[in-house]
Design a protein around this ligand. Structure first.
Ligand code: AGP
Length: 574
């Protein structure tokens, strides 16, 4: 979603802001902009790439600035809607991440004062509201504006002739970086990695004032003490295709996840899960598919019933109480729907555990317990290695609940097999034009769902996941020569049924490709998975050929898989 960066210090702000925006590009955006402060506020913004924006910015000696990458919600991705937005009097510039839910009411109030909006965005409201406040107390002014806004709204503001950045955090993450040559703030710690390793993570409803040499944080008008924490993270290495690199990193990610689980899991957490009457797992997208796997392994190994919820549907979840243990899965730790679900669970008395790839993300601060995947930064919008790591983390957790310690050798073998598998391709050119179906039974159906999601995300083509036995109840009507069906079979007990489904599909002239751990199931082409100690580990391997086939199809269609259209890496609005 939107990326935010700000700097005030002794260095030239332009270079720092542009560099930060380039780091934030991976989050997905359609326009970008920068405001440089000083005697005047110089704004440059446009739709398109940060590299193009950088060429348009005049030489500047400003040492304060804010920048933004926008993922359009209110208003098309045009220059006028790009951030920063300026107040009617030209004195204030703001960048914002979030959605202002009472936008129409506030706009009416502002326009009734004769102020004319220059953009179609909700965010411009913040600039005007701030300008209408008494500027002699900026903490009060920022808090007054924040209180008027309903919804999520993290924002930065700068003023003419002022070297301070005024910040407020509500939902979308903001982290302050404390540097030697000034202070930084960003929506994503990765953008600060080059400059500092010490910082402050803002919590909801906090206001911060960044000056060159000081940082102050306030809540309800009162200055508060915040812990200075280690925010160091490796800046992502530059690589031609992050998705490819991240698939290649799966073997290492699995070993890291294994180490992380056993060095972090707390006995109290396991006891709390065991004590709970119900387990709820909540997540979105790929992480939701990992949640479905979590249900399988926890129910099978630990014999505890589990409900899995899509984050955006959790507001309707019934029977959540202090007898529930809620597990949240989020690669980024910043997904707004998942964060809202954590808050709801806590307000209903549930204990919470988050499984995330980003230590110090919002979800880790909100939850009672956290497990960090340690899969390494994931830059490509389509999640790959984090998914494999999420599955492993849930497998380890389920085993721990069952009183089993998983041997390191088991995961070393898994990691080795993942490495071998990532050299096998099941891509055929017909996939780039066919309708694709991914089918499986039981645990393989959730892998099929993830395979289909990956394919849709980075090829823009229709793909559907289906329980294999359900096809004959309707969907088989779609089968013809223009279909390719990927059939998954990792469980011996389903082999016969899968073989029947494949033969029904072949009788309708669709092409069939098998990903099988149970030998031949009658597909035109088959990829056979290696023998694993525990069949519950197969989903960690079987997804790899599907990740790769999506990637190959994307390349074949001339699409950049790292930056698929319309998508953002972390969805920080509900
Ligand atoms: C994955 O390929 C997608 N980009 C998307 O479904 C993602 O998994 C979802 O938005 C949840 O993100 P999170 O794991 O960061 O919470």
């Amino acid at each position: 979603m939107c990326g935010i960066i700000g700097y005030t210090g002794t260095q030239y702000a332009k270079d720092i802001i542009i560099d930060g925006l380039s780091t934030l590009e991976y989050r997905g955006y359609d326009s970008a902009g920068i405001a440089l402060g000083g005697d005047d506020i110089a704004i440059t913004k446009q739709s398109g790439r940060v590299s193009e924006l950088a060429k348009l910015i005049p030489t500047s000696f400003a040492t304060i600035g804010i920048g933004h990458t926008r993922w359009a919600t209110h208003g098309a991705p045009t220059s006028k809607n790009a951030h920063p937005h300026q107040s009617f009097d030209g004195n204030i510039a703001i960048v914002h991440n979030g959605i202002i839910e009472n936008c129409e009411i506030l706009k009416k109030e502002i326009t009734s004062r004769g102020i004319v909006f220059k953009s179609d965005t909700d965010s411009e409201i913040i600039a005007h509201l701030l300008a209408l406040e008494d500027q002699s107390d900026m903490v009060q002014a920022v808090e007054n504006v924040a209180n008027k806004i309903e919804g999520s709204s993290s924002f930065l503001a700068i003023r003419k002739n002022d070297d301070k950045i005024y910040c407020h955090k509500k939902n979308a993450a903001l982290t302050i970086g404390i540097g030697f040559d000034g202070n930084y703030i960003a929506s994503d710690m990765l953008a600060l990695a080059k400059y500092t390793s010490k910082g402050i993570v803002l919590s909801d409803d906090e206001t911060a004032i960044l000056a060159k040499n000081s940082v102050k944080v306030y809540k309800n008008g009162v200055e508060i003490e915040k812990d200075l924490i280690d925010i160091s993270c490796k800046p992502p290495k530059i690589c031609p295709c992050y998705m490819q690199a991240e698939i290649d990193e799966i073997p290492t990610a699995l070993l890291n996840t294994y180490e992380s689980f056993y060095s972090t899991i707390k006995k109290e957490c396991i006891d709390d899960i065991k004590k709970a009457e119900r387990i709820a797992i909540v997540a979105c997208g790929t992480a939701y598919h990992a949640g479905l796997y979590g249900k399988e392994v926890i129910e099978i190994l630990a014999n505890k019933p589990v409900e899995v919820y899509i984050g955006s549907e959790y507001d309707r979840a019934r029977f959540i109480s202090n007898k529930t243990f809620a597990i949240f899965i989020s690669q980024s730790g910043e997904t707004a729907d998942t964060l809202a679900a954590v808050n709801r669970s806590k307000s209903l008395g549930a204990k919470t555990l988050s499984i995330t790839n980003v230590a110090n993300s919002s979800i880790t601060f909100l939850s009672d317990y956290s497990l960090i995947l340690e899969a390494g930064p994931e830059i490509a919008v389509a999640a790959t290695k984090s998914y494999n790591s999420q599955l492993l983390m849930l497998y380890l957790l389920a085993n721990e609940l069952a009183g089993n310690k998983v041997k390191r050798e088991t995961i070393e073998k898994l990691s080795q097999e993942a490495k071998t598998l990532s050299t096998h391709s099941i891509f055929t050119e017909s996939m780039a034009k066919d309708n694709l179906f991914f089918i499986g039974k039981g645990i393989d159906e959730l892998s099929a769902m993830e395979g289909a999601l990956k394919f849709k995300e980075i090829t823009y083509k229709m793909a559907e996941a289906y329980p294999s036995g359900e096809l004959k109840h309707g969907t088989i009507a779609l089968m013809d020569t223009n279909c390719t069906v990927i059939a998954l079979a990792t469980n011996e007990q389903d082999k016969q049924k899968l073989t029947v489904s494949v033969s029904e599909i072949k009788a309708r002239h669709a092409k069939t490709i098998g990903i099988s751990a149970v030998g031949e199931i009658g597909c035109d082409i088959s990829l056979f998975l290696p023998k694993l100690e525990d069949k519950l580990l197969y989903p960690i391997l079987s997804i790899i050929p599907m990740q790769l086939l999506s990637l190959s199809t994307s390349f074949h269609l001339g699409i950049n898989p790292d930056k698929p259209r319309n998508l953002a890496k972390s969805v920080t609005v509900v």
